[in-house]
Design a protein around this ligand. Structure first.
Ligand code: AKG
Ligand code: FE2
Length: 392
């Protein structure tokens, strides 16, 4: 694969120095992490043609680009979270019914008046842009190798037929400083202090939304509190940068997947690119971006904890040739072993999934690439003959 002389989509121009090209050649030759590292090359390659490793199989290509809006676009249900602090009972009831319905059908909802400080979001986005604009030879210091959960590299699913047209960075609240120091050894505080605060505030939003959704299941709002103690709450932040793509109709920024965690809280810029699969309509829908909102989606763990009532839905990111995109996905989760509460299990609606811990679930989550089949249904569903039994 030829290396070219400039870096489209990486923000301010980054002339390839001899050092950079040597670093790329070095990355390309490593076999231990070939899939991840191949992803790094993507964004440094120039040209009007999509490099072969990014060409998606025909059946996975976006049938709808994000450039076309109008009838392809869906305004996801928007829920004003301030209703849950209101003394106005009917207003609160309506907001509860709306968020529950959205999570039962789309598996996605947008929340506004979410309580996360707007200035902090902007500051964090600016820091994340600064991270992705670093030369690859610096970002390489924090490389995420296959099997690792944190670091830089967009292609963390194994066995992909084609690479994601994206750069990603995974960290959590506890290792943020350590990873930032790999990039800015003497100046990591600027990044880590914004990002740590951001994760803390988004985690707080995660707790509030999960209490509302728990209430929506007919349970006490605090029913899952013991899964979400300080110790058991584990959130990961995935920052996604989607560079300009020379042939967006053949590529994907992020392949179709379900989020494995409990809830995802996604903030995105105004570019747009998220698509959600609607099973009953058998179609992909574009989500109209709203920068004042967080997109909240149900992950596999919540699908299991709600005994299948809330749905973890297939989604993906498409890319375009005219505007880069940044999104920040906070995966809000528990390390506890999750099982649907007995209140949700009846003879008509028996227990759907066997209990599992996150440690067990994550082991296969990034090798499970069969697209439309869900890992949860494939590996954890209790067959109807044994439904109702509580396997351990
Ligand atoms: O960038 C997006 O809109 C999607 C991000 C996403 O689905 C993820 O990071 O899991
Ligand atoms: Fe996702």
């Amino acid at each position: 694969m030829p290396l070219s002389m400039s870096t489209p989509g990486l923000g301010p121009s980054l002339p390839p120095t001899t050092e950079l090209l040597a670093s790329l050649a070095n990355i390309a030759q490593r076999t231990d992490s070939a899939m991840t590292n191949a992803g790094l090359l993507s964004v440094l390659l120039q040209g009007s043609k999509l490099p072969e490793i990014y060409v998606q199989p025909e059946q996975d290509r976006p049938t709808k680009s994000h450039d076309v809006q109008s009838e392809l676009e869906v305004e996801l249900p928007v829920v004003d979270l301030s209703a849950f602090n209101s003394a106005d009972g009917p207003l609160r009831d309506a907001a509860l019914a709306k968020i529950v319905r959205a999570c039962e059908t789309w598996g996605f909802v947008q929340v506004i008046n979410h309580g996360v400080d707007i200035e902090l979001i902007e500051k964090c986005e600016a820091e994340v842009h600064r991270l992705f604009q670093l030369p690859v030879c610096i970002k390489e210091n924090a490389l995420r190798v296959p099997g690792a959960l944190y670091g830089y590299g967009a292609n963390f699913w194994l066995n992909l037929p084609a690479m994601n047209w994206a750069e990603s960075f995974h960290i959590n609240k506890h290792n943020c400083k350590e990873y930032a120091a790999k990039l800015w050894p003497s100046d990591y505080e600027r990044f880590s202090s914004s990002v740590e605060k951001y994760i803390t505030q988004v985690e707080d939003l995660g707790h509030r939304v999960r209490r509302v959704l728990t209430e929506g299941l007919g349970l006490e709002a605090g029913h899952f509190d013991n899964y979400f103690t300080e110790e058991e709450t584990v959130s990961t932040l995935r920052m996604n940068f989607y560079p300009l793509c020379p042939e967006p109709s053949k590529a994907l920024g992020l392949k179709a997947h379900r989020d494995p965690h409990f809830l995802t809280l996604l903030h995105q810029d105004s570019t747009g690119g998220l698509q959600i699969w609607n099973e009953s309509r058998d179609e992909w829908f574009n989500v109209k971006p709203r920068t004042d909102s967080f997109i909240v989606n149900v992950g596999d763990v919540l699908q299991a904890a709600s005994n299948g009532r809330y749905r973890s839905v297939l989604h993906r990111a498409v890319v375009n040739s005219y505007k880069t995109r940044l999104s920040m996905a906070c995966f809000f989760n528990t390390s506890a072993t999750v099982v649907a509460p007995s209140e949700l299990i009846t003879p008509e609606n028996p227990q759907r999934y066997r209990p599992f811990s996150w440690k067990e679930y994550i082991r296969t989550a990034y090798t499970f690439t069969t697209g439309k089949v869900s890992q949860l249904d494939e590996l954890y569903a209790i067959q109807s003959s044994s439904a109702g039994a509580t396997e351990q």
